[in-house]
Structure formats: C-alpha cells, structure tokens
Design a protein around this ligand. Structure first.
Ligand SMILES: [Ca+2]
Ligand SMILES: [Ca+2]
Length: 205
C-alpha cells in the first residue's frame, strides 16, 4: 500500500514501545532481593554484636578469676605448710593455716588461725547446673578469715561463680580456680591456676 505524500507511512513508523516504569513482576522481584539483603545484613550485624558481647563477658570472667587468684595467692604465700589443716591438702576447697608474726627469745610467734574456703551459694548447689537461673553455674564466694582481726573477706571476684582447688606438692601450693557462666546459650568456662612457693615452710606453731 502506498504511503501518503504528506507524511510517513503510519504502519511502518509505528514502533512497539515498552511502557515507562517497572512491571509488577519486576517490582516484586526487586522487593524480594531487597528483603534478602536486609535480612543478611541484619544477621551479620546481629552475629557480630553477639560475638562481641560473648568476648566481653568472657574477658570480664577472666579478669575476676585472675583478681581472685592473686588475692588468695597473696594470703597463702606467707603461710607455713606445717600449720596447714589438712596437713597435706590435695584438691581441697577449705584450708586453715597460720603465719609467723615474730621471733622472740629464740621462738617463733604465730598468728591466730587463718582460713581460705569456698562458700557455695545454697541456691545453686554444685551439680553443673544453673539452678537459680542467674546464668552463673554453681556460683559461690571465696572467703578469707583471720582469727586475730576477726576479719572475714568475701572476695568480690568470685561472686560471678566458680570453685576452688588447693593442692600442696613439693613445698609448692597450687591454687586453681574455675568459673562457668551461660553466655548466649553456651557455657563458657575460665580455668586459672597459679603456683605459690611458700615463704615459711618450716617451724612448728
Ligand atoms: Ca548448680
Ligand atoms: Ca546460678
């Protein structure tokens, strides 16, 4: 068919053009992709925060355990092994002792009875479970006593849970301390140990 002289042939000039914008299918697909990305970013951030929080909690446990160990070691370093009860402690959590305080007329002067013991929280007995639901497992406190002064020192570091082991071997005292805490559904454990060479290993009280 001939085209009119005044213009282009309407059939030939007509082009198939896509409508402006996106189709409903394209929009839906884009939203799905965006949702997946948002969820992935959220999960990544969430996991990062959880890992940071867990590491922070663990660092706090380690700091408290170290502080407690140092204090117990400081107290026991002055003790005489001859004054220990039990005399040869093996993995005990309750020890009494004396320290020499003076030397008069050829005789040692001894302190009153001192003690180191683990006092378990009765609300959370030692069974490996967090019975009172405070995230701390079998928590308790380490108690230092001094009969001369009447002081009872409850170590603040142990409030967050744990246990105590004291063993004497070859003139050296090994003090071990364990803390357990449920962090984000997982049990985290901190084990610390130190060995103390007794300054006063001889002499009868
Ligand atoms: Ca328990
Ligand atoms: Ca507990």
């Amino acid at each position: 068919m001939a085209c009119p002289a005044s213009g282009a042939c309407p059939e030939r000039s007509r082009r198939v053009q896509r409508p402006a914008g996106f189709t409903l299918v394209e929009v839906a697909f884009g939203l799905v992709i965006l949702s997946v990305l948002v969820v992935a970013i959220y999960e990544a951030l969430n996991q990062g925060n959880a890992a940071f929080w867990r590491q922070s909690e663990r660092a706090q446990m380690e700091a408290m355990a170290a502080s407690t160990l140092n204090r117990v070691a400081e107290a026991l370093r002055q003790a005489s092994a001859d004054t220990f009860t039990p005399l040869a402690p093996v993995d005990v959590d309750d020890l009494t002792y004396r320290i020499p305080t003076d030397y008069v007329a050829g005789a040692m002067v001894w302190s009153g009875l001192r003690g180191v013991s683990f006092d378990n929280d009765p609300q959370d007995p030692a069974n490996g479970l967090d019975d009172d639901g405070d995230t701390l497992i079998d928590e308790g406190r380490i108690i230092l006593t001094d009969a001369d002064t009447g002081e009872v020192e409850s170590l603040p570091g142990i409030v967050e849970g744990g246990s105590l082991s004291i063993t004497l071997a070859d003139g050296k005292l090994t003090i071990s301390f364990t803390m357990q805490k449920v962090i984000d559904g997982t049990t985290e454990e901190v084990d610390l140990s130190t060995t103390v060479t007794l300054r006063n290993s001889g002499g009868e009280p």
